[in-house]
Design a protein around this ligand. Structure first.
Ligand code: MN
Length: 721
């Protein structure tokens, strides 16, 4: 059932009047439009009390306009605050019909309402931060306070369990929050209402006692304030003087804190003097008047005008000895200070706007807001913050829930993997997937404030290096790296074992430098990477350890040398074995591989005839130590005019005419004959061998000396094993 038309008309008039009276400027059109949309949207809904539902958004709008007056947009958002959640109208619709600003506030209020649903409040401070992290616009909080205030005022209709839950949430989250916003009056009322539902016995007891003493107290206060009034009038000051309102919850808390009874709380006697003129000096003047009339208690004096409280509260507090020796607290402040104390942010803003804001004032205001929440000055977007009422506090953090309802704070853009490591390293190590608000999501999904996150784990899952690309927390990064490093160490160890087994089998030997060189050659950063690749089967060791791959050039040289040696020996016509061993078959020893021209000696073996060694062969020297009797003198056949074939290895610069230059150097010396030249060039240099006919080693050495001196040749040596 909708609100009857006649009544609705009256309600709208009342709202517009209230706005006019309290707001700096009012766009009536937009308020009327919001009023009509809200009443239409909620027309079929009822509150638990049975009233038309629309009475709720209407009252919330009234609270905003009357008690937390900020601007007309806040009033519009208050009217619409339950429309999106409870009816078929969408946020897009609101944005189109009104503005993105209005839609954002409505969305914010809806979201923070959902945060507490079905949750036990056990980390109040984190919840407050969670709310702030979700709130971008200060007006979201103002509308939410108004919403909560109206719900608390009408909490009677709710079932008892719900009353307690909402009251607890109000006391632990919203009241301290309202205090931080400087909303003194909202805070007191929320606290007293919550107190009533949480501890009805104590509440009623206290309320009764205060009522009983009221007459007595009022008579005393009247007696106390009479001389003050006379004096203020004498000086022609404009003022209001009131008894201080009694907040049951604060009395109750004091009783508990001081472990005393109701009667023991002396500052129940209190008055407040509010000076209409915006002139702080007057407060000190009035303080002088009061202190002249009544004797002040020195250590109870507080000057919050010179040094305001963090939430910008300003006032003078003095406690004096009144008639009959009773203590009375006197608060002295200007009207503006009072408004700010009661209405906080809203009043502050209104005062600023009326005075049309000097820049210094704006900065002060922003600093104040910032200090309320952070106690630090960290951002610089002052103007923007103010222009759009943006809070932007805790926007670099998110607050998410565990399945058990615990809150965890994470940096913005954190993912389920960050969350998993936040829960426990083991959970992080084995997380395989995540459910966010009941839906399975990829592990790199950024989380949002208010998300409920459940981590799925598997014993076989392990941290993946790709996680490092999206995790945000230091904890996750460190643990993933640590795991990867450990896994790599293990892998490298396995790879090294395989390597060592293989080279042992192939009877090869490698020192550390050799391994390093081989790894570099195969394009690994270091030996560790090489071993990891082996363990992962990415390297075929048999192929790598094939000698041709390890030192292909040297190997080629060896084969070439063998070939060369065979030809040279044939050319020389074999060797001569003297004496009794003449005619016995002979072979050239592999260890020293003698070639014509080398001083040689034979060694009689068992079963393999005579082995021909170089005279300086280490093997031969060792053998001869015990078996000198087996040595046989041998020689290369040497006749007049006969020559040996010898090889010369050369390297040099590859330039035109170099081959001619080499052959000239050789043939010009003693008419030396060249048997063959085998040269290949790489880039700008060449290398190769030249085989020549020499008469003896001296002949060969001379040739080499000449070649070394030739232009363009870097290197020349006997082709040797
Ligand atoms: Mn509501």
């Amino acid at each position: 059932m909708a609100v009857p038309a006649v009544k609705a008309k009256k309600m709208l008039e009342e709202l517009l009047e209230t706005c006019d009276a309290n707001l700096y400027k009012v766009d009536k059109e937009i308020i009327i439009k919001a009023f009509q949309l809200s009443s239409e949207a909620h027309k079929d809904h009822f509150r638990v009390s049975g009233e038309p539902y629309f009475t709720h958004p209407f009252e919330v709008a009234m609270i905003v306009a009357r008690e937390i007056p900020l601007d007309d947009i806040s009033v519009v958002a208050a009217l619409l605050h339950d429309v999106v959640e409870d009816t078929d109208y969408t946020l897009d619709f609101i944005e189109k019909e009104f503005s993105p600003e209005v839609a954002e506030i409505v969305d914010g209020v809806t979201k923070i309402s959902g945060v507490f649903r079905g949750r036990d409040i056990n980390q109040a401070e984190n919840y407050r931060k969670l709310l702030l992290s979700m709130v971008k616009d200060v007006r979201v909080m103002l509308v939410k306070f108004a919403d909560r205030l109206h719900n608390m005022r009408t909490l009677d209709a709710m079932p008892i369990e719900k009353q307690r839950r909402i009251a607890k949430e109000t006391l632990e989250i919203y009241a301290p929050f309202a205090h931080r916003f400087g909303l003194g009056r909202v805070k007191w009322e929320l606290e007293d209402l919550a107190f009533k539902y949480l501890n009805r016995q104590a509440y009623e007891d206290l309320a009764r006692k205060i009522k009983e003493k009221r007459r007595e107290r009022e008579a005393y206060i009247n007696r106390f304030k009479q001389p003050i009034i006379e004096s203020l009038n004498k000086y022609g000051l404009k003022y209001e003087i009131t008894g201080r309102p009694k907040h049951l919850y604060s009395i109750y808390r004091k009783m508990i804190k001081r472990n005393t009874t109701f009667e023991g709380i002396y500052d129940l006697l209190a008055i407040r003097i509010i000076l209409e003129e915006d002139n702080p000096h007057q407060c000190f003047f009035v303080l002088g008047i009061v202190n002249e009339l009544y004797k002040p208690i020195p250590d109870r004096f507080k000057d919050y005008i010179s040094i305001p409280k963090k939430n910008n509260y300003q006032s003078l507090h003095t406690t004096v000895v009144g008639p009959d020796g009773k203590l009375v607290e006197v608060q002295i402040r200007t009207r503006k200070m009072h408004e700010i104390a009661e209405k906080g942010v809203a009043a502050h803003w209104r005062y600023k706007e009326e005075n049309f804001t000097k820049d210094r004032d704006i900065e002060e205001w922003v600093n104040w807001i910032r200090e309320i929440f952070e106690g630090s000055n960290k951002d610089e977007a002052t103007q923007e913050l103010l222009a759009s009422f943006r809070l932007n506090l805790y926007q670099d953090e998110i607050y998410v829930f565990t399945p058990a309802g615990d809150l965890r704070r994470l940096p913005i853009n954190s993912t389920p993997v960050d969350f998993a490591f936040e829960i426990h390293t083991k959970v992080g190590y084995h997380c395989i997937g995540a459910k966010v608000n009941g839906k399975i999501v990829p592990l790199n999904t950024p989380l949002k404030s208010g998300d409920r996150v459940e981590i799925l784990t598997s014993k076989n899952q392990h941290p993946n290096p790709s996680w490092l690309r999206f995790v945000q927390t230091h904890k996750a990064k460190t643990n993933i790296r640590r795991y990867i490093n450990k896994a790599e160490e293990q892998r490298a160890k396995e790879g090294k074992e395989i390597w060592e087994k293989t080279i042992k089998k192939l009877k090869l030997s490698f020192n550390q430098d050799d391994v390093q060189r081989l790894a570099n050659k195969l394009k690994f950063d270091n030996a560790k990477r090489f071993f990891i690749a082996i363990a992962q089967g990415e390297v075929d060791l048999n192929k790598i350890l094939n000698p041709e791959v390890i030192e292909p050039e040297e190997n080629k040289v060896e084969i070439e040398f063998d070939k060369f040696a065979r030809i040279a020996r044939q050319d020389a016509g074999g060797i001569l074995v003297e004496g009794e061993h003449k005619g016995i078959i002979y072979k050239f020893a592999k260890c020293c591989n003698p070639i014509p021209g080398d001083p040689i000696i034979g060694f009689i073996t068992v079963g393999e005839g005579i082995k021909i060694h170089r005279r300086n062969c280490k093997n031969l020297i060792a053998l001869a130590e015990n078996h000198e009797d087996r040595l046989v003198p041998v020689s290369w056949p040497k006749t007049e005019g006969s020559f040996f074939v010898a090889g010369i290895k050369i390297k040099g610069e590859d330039k035109p005419g170099i081959l001619q230059s080499i052959s000239n150097s050789i043939t010009n010396y003693r008419n030396t004959n060249i048997k063959s030249v085998n040269i290949s060039s790489h880039d700008s240099y060449f290398e190769g061998t030249v085989t020549v006919y020499v008469s003896d080693l001296e002949h060969l050495n001379r040739l080499i000396e000449r070649l070394k001196k030739s232009p363009g040749i870097f290197h020349a040596e006997r082709f040797n094993q």
